[in-house]
Design a protein around this ligand. Structure first.
Ligand code: HEM
Length: 379
């Protein structure tokens, strides 16, 4: 734990799971505010959005409505036809790039995922589909730009473009970039680790047999795939820093035995916690099997694993997010084998550079060649 003064603002950087637990569980209410930057103020209409509103009655009501109307397990399940249709469209587009003799063009999986997530999230959250590649691209780009701007030093003019062209709504931003990035990183790690890729693929194909489509209800049986998703969200957490702010009052809060000044900004460094060698063996390696013998899930009860945060400010869309990520991955693994455009070993294929943003995207979009798995899979 490190207390810095950035300008006059006390800023706490937390690298420890124990202190993260104190913040998100023991003192959850005291740290239930978001850091209110001018960027968030400009992009989120005076921080009136769910993700940036200060903790209080307004935020409680808004969160209740979002959870009940959009993100409850029942609601998420009711959108299954949207996921099925949009993922089928994506698979069809990829399939059009393949031929049975293995000849194929490479596909920009990064862009395809952003487009697919844009369609799914906009249909579920906004109730409307944005037709046409240009519109989808514009919306996907909007989500990514929004994430980049949210962590920038403010210059209000730079937001005018984004605000002029469309209306921010953080449910859309929150759902689009996080899910597409999570899938892209998971695929990247699998391609880099062919034995893990094979294991995941064998499982999906065994569970599905020779069905004409991947059935969402079968995902529960894909245990290894679930570990893959956990490992990808741990090693490549789309939101690696959780931003909180302590309530501004007279009282300081004690963390780890230290007095934290009122109003301190808090950055919980999930990236560091997920790579802490005191918690995880070989933390830099992609090892889905590490989730085999523990009960860690996505609900934010284990503070060693924070991809969705925890407590009252934890991600309300986690079950929606996990379902989309698992379902899209299962489809990509079921229908195709994947290879690099010019065989293994090109330096840029292994480029793991990240974009500095609230959501850490892959800098060079994942470009792969799909090979249709088997003629018997053609419907
Ligand atoms: C893989 C997918 C996703 C990841 C990794 C993710 C991650 C996160 C994280 C780390 C937070 C901050 C939590 C905290 O401060 O404790 C968050 C907040 C949030 N997420 Fe997600 N998220 C994902 C998907 C979604 C989806 C699908 C939606 C909605 C459709 C969504 C909506 C939100 C909202 C509205 C907040 C702000 C909640 C608040 O401040 O009360 N997220 N997410």
């Amino acid at each position: 734990m490190l207390l810095l003064y950035l300008g006059g603002a006390p800023t706490l950087v937390v690298n420890s799971a124990k202190i993260a637990k104190e913040i998100m569980k023991t003192h959850d209410i005291a740290f239930a505010n978001r850091v209110q930057t001018r960027a968030a103020d400009a992009l989120m209409y005076g921080c009136t959005s769910l993700g940036f509103a200060p903790h209080g009655e307004y935020w409680i009501q808004m969160r209740r409505i979002c959870v009940l109307e959009l993100l409850s397990i029942k609601r998420v399940q009711s959108f299954h036809f949207v996921r099925e249709e949009e993922v089928a469209t994506m698979i069809e587009k990829i399939r059009n790039n393949t031929s049975l003799d293995g000849g194929a063009n490479s596909v920009n999986l990064g862009d395809m995922l952003v487009n697919t997530m844009t369609s799914i999230i906009s249909r579920c959250i906004l109730g409307k589909k944005y037709e046409g590649e240009e519109n989808k691209k514009r919306f996907g780009q909007f989500a990514r730009n929004g994430m980049e701007l949210l962590i920038e030093t403010p210059n209000t003019n730079s937001y005018s473009n984004i605000l002029d062209t469309t209306t921010p709504q953080d449910m859309f931003i929150g759902g689009t970039d996080t899910t597409s990035t999570a899938i892209e990183w998971a695929m990247t790690e699998l391609i880099k680790n062919p034995t893990k890729l094979k294991k995941a693929q064998e499982e999906v194909r065994r569970v599905e047999g020779e069905k004409s489509k991947v059935n969402e209800d079968d995902i529960d049986q894909m245990v290894y795939l679930n570990w893959v998703v956990k490992e990808a969200l741990s090693l490549r957490a789309p939101i690696p820093y959780l931003f909180r702010q302590e309530s501004i009052g007279n009282e300081s809060t004690k963390l780890g035995g230290y007095d934290i000044p009122p109003g301190a900004r808090v950055f919980i460094n999930a990236w560091a916690i997920h790579r802490d060698p005191k918690i995880w063996d070989n933390p830099e390696d992609f090892v889905p099997e590490r989730f085999a013998n523990n009960l860690i899930d996505f609900t934010g009860q284990d503070f060693n694993f924070n991809p969705f945060g925890a407590g009252r400010r934890g991600c309300p869309g986690f079950s929606f997010g996990v379902l989309i990520v698992e379902y899209v991955l299962a489809n990509l693994l079921y229908w195709f084998d994947w290879k690099y455009p010019s065989g293994p070993g090109r330096e840029e294929d292994f480029d793991m550079s990240e974009v500095t943003s609230l959501v850490v995207d892959k800098k060079i979009p994942l470009q792969l060649v799909p090979v249709l798995h088997s003629p018997s899979f053609i419907t």
